[in-house]
Write a protein that binds this ligand. Structure first.
Ligand code: FAD
Length: 488
């Protein structure tokens, strides 16, 4: 099959969908190839994108400004990233939230992820009117898809692209293959690549990040994200970008499918005692509300694990007073019938959850040094008595002593939302070669090009990767359309 268009887009995750809408709005004809049988990619698992100075924030009298948020971000990443690319994204982001709203996406508001973060996370209201939770952003993807179709973009689902065509130094098309094995050749003037990274490719993860997928790192492996776009770009001379895991950490590696494990796991992240295998405390536990910080703390440990400890006296206090942290993602967490429910988890996941009638027994089951754990708990209880944590200066409000009779441990490992980076772009999102020269006609968007975090995902400004995807997708669509229409 032979097709022609102004702009060809590889993939229909949020980056590809936004590119399809903006390129079509700019007057370009658009063809999109998507590997899966549906659109939305990883964002179908998420809740919403980052934005600053959106109408929603202004209506809520938010005092966040793009300049202040930009500065905060750049200081956080040590200016060790392309400031101009970040600037383009942040300056666009408020308007992109308004643009999505005008298209029909409803947001419940702009919220924080954890207390120390800023309210930049624009959470999508699901179309069925249910309370937003994981997967809420599916509704945003559906609205984008409908809009792109209305504007005339053509989508080919279950049709993975496998080659970018280049002639006389310029990109000029895409080869893809549909579900019946038929080859499709698209001839186009500009190509946008947005295939979401290599989060379900253990070999690439090992080679480019050093982690052993499923052993010391458990990122969410969305099927099909195997680095196709990155490899296609490298094949035609695109330079390698910085590649990292979008690491988060602190929870047990049982997957998001078991919500009981997720909810009880959240009880363990309430800033009580966390130790390493040696039985020593390793941080002010409250900082691990920022799960990318938690990932770094876990990464520092020799076995890439932490052990979160609780006892029944603390559970009793939680039952009476509530838990200090709440979460819009893990909102269903409670401690009703904790011992009974937790015991079931220890049977289901004996390598992740442990319960015992003494600290020594708990240590033995979990593989923690027992003498040190007992000493650590004594020291911690002294800190609670003194109302002062002399080790890490943790806030008094989290200092609850361990004086119960039943003890619990849950391991925390490195997880993540997938991978970041691989395709090198300049601040205009033009894909560049190893000499930093743009490859004419080729743009990148979304996680394939996202290397803006200097290794640690910036969770203080939540919504940041979906925000990067929707904004860089939108920008790539605008620029690729302008370029393609200029070629006529
Ligand atoms: C559980 C979970 C929750 C999350 N929640 C949030 C959140 O609330 N806020 C936030 O900011 N971020 C969140 N994220 C991250 C966010 O979803 C991603 O950053 C975002 O989806 C990246 O968008 P993308 O378009 O670059 O790639 P993706 O969404 O990963 O889409 C890539 C697309 O490429 C397609 N594809 C791959 N290869 C090919 C090929 N050869 N040809 C054609 N198509 C191909 C795939 O099928 C897929 O549809 C979450 C991630 C996870 C796992």
């Amino acid at each position: 099959m032979k097709l022609t268009a102004d702009v060809g887009i590889i993939a229909a995750g949020p980056a590809g969908l936004c590119a399809a809408v903006s390129a079509s709005e700019a007057g370009a004809s658009v063809v999109v190839f998507e590997k899966a049988n549906n659109v939305g990619g990883t964002a179908n698992m998420g809740m919403g994108p980052f934005g600053v100075e959106s109408r929603i924030q202004k209506a809520a009298f938010s005092n966040l400004t793009k300049e202040a948020v930009f500065r905060k971000f750049m200081d956080y990443v040590h200016w060790h990233t392309d400031a101009r690319l970040v600037r383009e994204y942040f300056w666009k982001s408020g308007d992109t939230i308004d643009w999505l709203e005008d298209m029909g996406v409803k947001f419940i508001g702009a919220t924080k992820y954890f207390p120390d973060s800023d309210a930049t996370w624009h959470i999508v209201q699901p179309e069925d009117g249910s309370l937003p939770g994981p997967r809420a952003a599916t509704t945003m993807n559906k609205v984008l898809y409908k809009k792109a179709l209305e504007l005339g973009a053509k989508f080919y689902l279950e049709t993975p692209a496998y080659k970018i065509l280049k002639e006389n130094g310029k990109v000029c098309g895409i080869l893809a293959r549909n579900a019946s094995g038929e080859e499709i050749e698209l001839r186009c003037k500009a190509v946008i690549v947005a295939t979401g990274g290599f989060g379900s490719n253990p070999e690439m993860i090992k080679e480019f990040t050093g982690y052993d997928f499923g052993k010391n790192m458990f990122n969410t492996a969305v099927p099909g994200l195997v680095g196709d776009g990155i490899k296609m770009v490298w094949d035609i001379g695109g330079a390698h970008g910085r590649m990292t895991i979008e690491a988060t950490g602190g929870r047990t590696p049982v997957g998001d499918g078991d919500m009981e494990a997720v909810h009880l796991g959240f009880v363990f992240s309430q800033a009580n005692l966390t130790v390493n295998k040696q039985g020593f405390r390793i941080c002010d536990e409250s900082v691990m509300q920022n799960t990318s910080v938690a990932a770094n703390i876990i990464d520092e440990q020799t076995d890439k694990r932490i052990y979160n400890i609780l006892d029944d006296s603390i559970i009793k206090k939680f039952r009476r007073n509530g838990m200090p942290f709440t979460s819009s993602v893990f909102g269903g967490s409670d401690v009703d019938n904790f011992d009974e429910r937790f015991t079931k988890l220890t049977e289901l996941y004996p390598d992740c959850f442990f319960a015992a009638d003494s600290l020594e027994e708990l240590a033995e089951k979990a593989g923690i040094n027992a003498d040190n754990l007992v000493e650590t708990v004594e020291e911690y209880n002294d800190a609670c008595d003194m109302n002062y944590d002399d080790v890490f200066g943790k806030s008094r409000k989290y200092l609850l002593p361990y004086n119960g009779k039943r003890f619990y441990a849950a391991i925390g490992t490195i997880g993540g939302y997938g991978t970041l980076g691989g395709i090198k772009v300049n601040w205009k999102q033009e894909v560049v070669d190893s000499g930093n020269n743009p490859i004419p006609g080729l743009w990148g968007a979304g996680s394939d090009i996202n290397e803006i975090y200097d290794g640690t995902y910036m969770f203080y400004l939540p919504g940041n990767t979906m925000g990067f995807a929707v904004n860089t997708g939108r920008i790539a669509g605008e620029r690729a359309a302008e370029y393609a229409l200029d070629q006529d």
